[in-house]
Design a protein around this ligand. Structure first.
Ligand SMILES: Cc1cc2nc3c(=O)[nH]c(=O)nc-3n(C[C@H](O)[C@H](O)[C@H](O)COP(=O)(O)O)c2cc1C
Length: 361
C-alpha cells in the first residue's frame, strides 16, 4: 500500500488521495475516466451535461474504467437535480459533490444508498452547516482556487476547518504537485482536490486554442476575481472579453446580456415564459446594472461554453485557479498523478530524515 494511502482512499475507492473536481463543460466522461484510471478520483460535472446525456456519460465512465468508482456533481437549483440524484442511486455512484443545496432528507437518502456526500465549501460556517445536514467529507476550497471562490486563502481556511470538524477534509485551491499534497496532509487534510491542474491536461478535451491561453498565463496576480459575469466572485484568466465587460456601461452590459439570452434560450429550449420570469426578477432591481447582472447570471454558461467547448477563448470566460500560472505544460492525467505521487513520496522521505535528525548535504 502506498505511504500516501489515507482513509479517504478507502471511502472513495481510489488508490491515491487525489481528486479531480467537477468543472462545467470540462469534467466529462473522458477526463473522469483518465483520472480514475490513473489512481485518482474524478467527478463528472453533472450540472452542464444535457439531461438527455447524463446517463450515457455515467455509463461511458464505467465502460472506460472497467467500473472504477467515481463521483457526480450537481446543484439543487438545476432543473434536472432530481434526475441526477436518482441516477446516482441507480448506478451506485461512489460520491456526490455540491455547493449549497440538498436538505437533510435528500442527503440521508444518498447516504443510505452508500453514497459519500462531499460538498465544496469556502468558509468554516458553510463546512459546519454542510456537516450538520449530513455531509460525511468536506472539500475546503481556499480563495486561490478556480471558478467561484472565496477570499480566504487555503493556508488559512484549511487548518481552521480541519481543527473544527470531525469528518475527513479534502484540501482544494492552489494544488498542483506532490509538495502540495504533502503540505495538505501536514495540515491534517486527507487528500487534495484540483480543478485547474486537471483542466490543463491532454485528457481534458478543452480545445487547443483555449488551453494555449491557460499555458501562456504566468502571472498569478492577473488571474483575478471579478463579479462581472454573474454577480458572484469568480476567478478567471484575463482576456479581451472580460476586460470589455468590466469597462462596459450598465446599458451596454444589458445589451450584451440580452443578446446572450437569445442564444441561450435557443440552445436550451427555454420557454419565453421562463425567460420573461428571469427578466422580471432582474427588473425588480430597478436599474440597468441590476437587470444586466440578472440576465448575465442566467446566461453565464454560454460564456464558459465559448471557451471550453467552442474553442473561442477571446469570446468567452476562462475560469481558472491562480495555480495556472505555475503550470507550463499539458501532461496526461496519468503523468500528473504519477508525478504528484513521486514528488510527494520523495518529500515525505526527506521530512522523515529531518524528523530523525539526519543531516542534509
Ligand atoms: C473551468 C472551471 C470550471 C469550474 N466549474 C465548476 C462547476 O461546474 N461546479 C463546481 O462545483 N465547481 C467548479 N469549478 C471549481 C472547481 O471544481 C474546483 O473547486 C477548483 O478549480 C479548485 O481550485 P484549483 O483550480 O486551484 O484546483 C470550476 C473550476 C474551473 C477552473
Amino acid at each position: 500500500m502506498s505511504a500516501l494511502h489515507t482513509p479517504l482512499c478507502d471511502l472513495l475507492g481510489c488508490r491515491y488521495p487525489v481528486v479531480q473536481t467537477a468543472m462545467g463543460y470540462v469534467a466529462g466522461a473522458s477526463l473522469v475516466a483518465a483520472t480514475c484510471n490513473a489512481g485518482g478520483f474524478g467527478f463528472l460535472a453533472g450540472v452542464t451535461i444535457p439531461a438527455e446525456r447524463v446517463e450515457a456519460e455515467i455509463l461511458k465512465v464505467k465502460e472506460l474504467t472497467s467500473d472504477k468508482p467515481f463521483g457526480l456533481n450537481f446543484h439543487m437549483f438545476q432543473p434536472n437535480a432530481q434526475q441526477l440524484l436518482d441516477l446516482a442511486v441507480k448506478h451506485g455512484i461512489r460520491a456526490v459533490s455540491y455547493g449549497r443545496g440538498p436538505d437533510a432528507k435528500t442527503i440521508r437518502r444518498l447516504r443510505d444508498a452508500g453514497i459519500v456526500c462531499m460538498p465544496t465549501v469556502g468558509a468554516l460556517k458553510h463546512a459546519q452547516k454542510a456537516i450538520e445536514l449530513g455531509a460525511n467529507v468536506v472539500t475546503v476550497q481556499g480563495g486561490e482556487g478556480g471558478g467561484h471562490t472565496g477570499s480566504v486563502p487555503t493556508t488559512v481556511l484549511l487548518p481552521q476547518v480541519v481543527d473544527a470538524v470531525e469528518v475527513p477534509v479534502v484540501a482544494a485551491g492552489g494544488f498542483y504537485d506532490g509538495r502540495g499534497l504533502v503540505a495538505a496532509l501536514a495540515y491534517g487534510a486527507q487528500g487534495i482536490a484540483m480543478g485547474t491542474r486537471f483542466l490543463m491536461t491532454s485528457d481534458s478535451g478543452v480545445p487547443e486554442a483555449t488551453l494555449a491561453r491557460y499555458v501562456a498565463t504566468n502571472d498569478a496576480a492577473k488571474i483575478a476575481i471579478s463579479r462581472v459575469v454573474d454577480g458572484m466572485p469568480q476567478r478567471m484568466i484575463p482576456n479581451e472579453y472580460l476586460a470589455m465587460l468590466q469597462k462596459a456601461s450598465p446599458f451596454k452590459r444589458l445589451r450584451i446580456a440580452l443578446k446572450l439570452a437569445l442564444g441561450w434560450k435557443a440552445q436550451t429550449g427555454m420557454t419565453s415564459g421562463h425567460a420573461l420570469k428571469i427578466l422580471w426578477q432582474g427588473m425588480r432591481g430597478d436599474d440597468a446594472g441590476g437587470l444586466a447582472q440578472t440576465v448575465m447570471a442566467a446566461n453565464a454558461p454560454m460564456l464558459l461554453q465559448r471557451s471550453m467547448l467552442a474553442g473561442h477563448p477571446d469570446e468567452g470566460v476562462m475560469a481558472s485557479g491562480q495555480v495556472a500560472a505555475l503550470i507550463g505544460r499539458l501532461d496526461s492525467c496519468e503523468e500528473v498523478i504519477a508525478g504528484i505521487v513521486r514528488v510527494a513520496t520523495e518529500r515525505l522521505q526527506v521530512l522523515g530524515e529531518l524528523a530523525r535528525g539526519e543531516s542534509h548535504g
